[in-house]
Design a protein around this ligand. Structure first.
Ligand SMILES: Nc1ncnc2c1ncn2[C@@H]1O[C@H](COP(=O)(O)OP(=O)(O)OP(=O)(O)O)[C@@H](O)[C@H]1O
Ligand SMILES: [Mg+2]
Length: 331
């Protein structure tokens, strides 16, 4: 029987915001909840999931797969210390894979879609390179990690803008009248606010209603799932409001506020010990947040919410209340 695999790319735009750490811990938490999970390292050129998993960097991975003509990507799965969780390394033994050829990218995407598990968690590198955006586009929905700080939020918005424009272009480029507009879009810098997505849409409507409809398929349906990491307090969540307005104004895009993870000094200790934070660390804020996030993924990854901000605010408050009653000194 064929399994329906839920593919979750974990991206974010900014470096060092906790994408790999969270991808690894989330994958292990999903496995701990009985879900068969594969963790895939697609940060080619900067792969480091092996370290979070406490594994050597000597297993062959995606790079090696692409260099061979035989086998499937699934053959490269490595067992981990976490039952139910397997891992596929990135570029460990075959470095310099950051700039894959088009043919390699197509081959890789096809193989990724053939992997069978309940969840496939994909760690993606920082930045807004075309490869990064294409990996994030592998699934109908993606998870974006950001800290509540302005530089990280700005990078997330820049990432979303590049993502939207690249996907819009991919959908309309076969329609001849759109050539000039596509060139104008491509000349824009990511930080430029001159050309909003709404303006692009209106222009498309004038030149080709068919192209406008194609673009709408992305603009109106895509809702990134955003997770705050490295929060210091529950109020950090309030930064979501101005970001929401900016995303709506410049990108015509709605955001689904999906989770919040706190800064916890135990994280660095576990990273140094090359272990993930799991059930045994009852007192760790981050680990508890990850458990909640895994449950949220299982309950509502595919479900769109019109009240995501309010729901996240409420769940963060009950998280803190629960902790205060069980760990009186823990906050
Ligand atoms: N919630 C947290 N509490 C404490 N430390 C954290 C937390 N999240 C991340 N860190 C620290 O930040 C480090 C970097 O995280 P991570 O490797 O996941 O970043 P990244 O976004 O994948 O970076 P890159 O873009 O370079 O791939 C972790 O090794 C950890 O020490
Ligand atoms: Mg990383």
């Amino acid at each position: 029987m064929e399994t329906k695999t839920t593919l979750i790319p974990v991206g974010g735009g900014k470096g060092g915001v906790g994408k790999s750490l969270t991808a690894a811990n989330l994958a292990a938490a999903l496995a701990g909840l009985g879900k068969r999970t594969i963790l895939l390292d697609l940060d080619l050129g900067g792969s480091n999931l092996y370290s979070y998993l406490g594994l050597p960097n000597s297993n062959p991975g995606i790079g090696d797969y692409l260099m061979t003509k035989e086998g499937t990507l699934a053959d490269y799965q490595v067992d981990t210390a976490y039952p139910g969780l397997s891992y596929i390394p990135g570029d460990g033994r075959t470095p310099f894979m950051a700039n894959l050829s088009y043919a390699h990218k197509i081959k890789l995407a096809r193989e990724i879609r053939r992997l069978e598990a309940d969840y496939l968690i994909v760690d993606i590198g920082a930045g807004t390179s075309f490869n990064t955006i294409d990996y994030f586009s592998l699934a109908p929905l993606g998870m974006l990690l950001t800290t509540p700080d302005t530089p990280s939020l700005m990078n997330m918005l820049a990432f979303l803008k590049s993502f939207l424009l690249r996907n819009i272009i991919a959908r309309i480029k076969h329609i001849p009248q759109t050539e000039k507009l596509i060139r104008t879009i491509q000349r824009q810098t990511v930080s430029s606010a001159l050309l909003t997505v709404d303006m692009i849409r209106k222009r498309l409507q004038e030149i080709s209603p068919l192209a406008a409809r194609e673009a709408d398929l992305i603009i109106q349906t895509y809702r990134p799932r955003v997770v705050f990491n490295l929060a210091d307090e529950a109020e950090d969540i309030l930064v979501a409001r101005p970001v929401e307005s900016a995303a709506l104004k410049q990108l015509s895009l709605r955001i689904d506020w999906f989770g919040l993870l706190f800064h916890d000094s135990q994280v660095r200790r576990s990273v140094r010990q090359r272990k993930l934070l799991l059930r045994d660390q009852q007192d760790c804020l981050y680990a508890e947040g990850i458990r909640q996030l895994a449950q949220q993924v299982i309950d509502s990854w595919d479900r769109q919410s019109e009240m995501s901000f309010e729901l996240l605010q409420a769940s963060t408050h009950s998280f803190i209340q629960r902790r205060r009653s069980t760990q009186p000194t823990g906050f």
